[in-house]
Ligand binder design. Structure first.
Ligand SMILES: [Zn+2]
Length: 203
């Protein structure tokens, strides 16, 4: 597995199929130097999606899923991603949990439920194009919200970064995707602001 969109920001993927959601959110252009938006054009979007679906099938031991994107899917897929990120970031700022209670612009999508020979049920994505990507994303988010791991998916608090990371800290208190990259710079800014507010006095 490569989870290329996550790896390019120097992060570890979320466990299991939840990494697909994190991967999708990190197709954005971010970082320094600025990485490309992987959904900027059809060929890069399709290549990213093929790789991400292959990683997802490997991570979940599920039957492979194929999605063919058309030009019309691109705007919808980017809109869905941006709304999803907005919902996650908005909730993450104010509360402990990252339950999606954000903008109502997140779509209703179909998800199938499939039994295997042993009677276990698993959600399977339905639809085509961007809707199938949204369906898979919804299924993985639902599973993560049931098992609690969703509360560990967070947007980095640095507004200039805002990549989606999986918080593995013991008490789920992390706010930076990488303390060295985003946390130290922010702490330094806050320290200088406090010094200014105190009239520049040093102790
Ligand atoms: Zn960051």
């Amino acid at each position: 597995m490569t989870w290329a969109a996550v790896a390019r920001y120097g992060m570890d993927p979320a466990p299991g199929g939840l990494a697909f959601v994190q991967e999708f959110m990190n197709t954005i252009a971010a970082g320094k130097p600025r990485r490309d938006d992987l959904l900027a054009d059809l060929s890069s979007a399709q290549k990213w999606l093929d790789d991400a679906l292959s990683d997802w099938a490997e991570a979940t031991a599920a039957a492979p899923v194929a999605v063919t994107l058309e030009q019309d899917d691109l705007d919808r897929l980017r809109d869905f991603r941006d709304n999803l990120r907005q919902a996650t970031a908005a909730v993450g700022e104010g509360t402990q949990n990252n339950e999606v209670t954000g903008p109502a612009t997140l779509p209703v999508v179909p998800v199938g439920m499939q039994w295997d020979e042993s009677g276990s049920v698993r959600p399977v994505p339905r639809g085509s194009g961007w809707r199938k990507v949204a369906s898979l994303t919804a299924a993985e988010m639902f599973k993560a919200q049931v098992d609690g791991s969703w509360s560990r998916v967070k947007a980095c608090r640095n507004p200039r970064c805002a990549v989606a990371f999986y918080d593995r800290s013991r008490n789920n208190s992390g706010v930076w995707h990488d303390v060295k990259v985003c946390g130290n710079a922010a702490n330094l800014r806050a320290y200088r602001a406090r010094r200014r507010a105190a009239g520049g006095t040093t102790t």
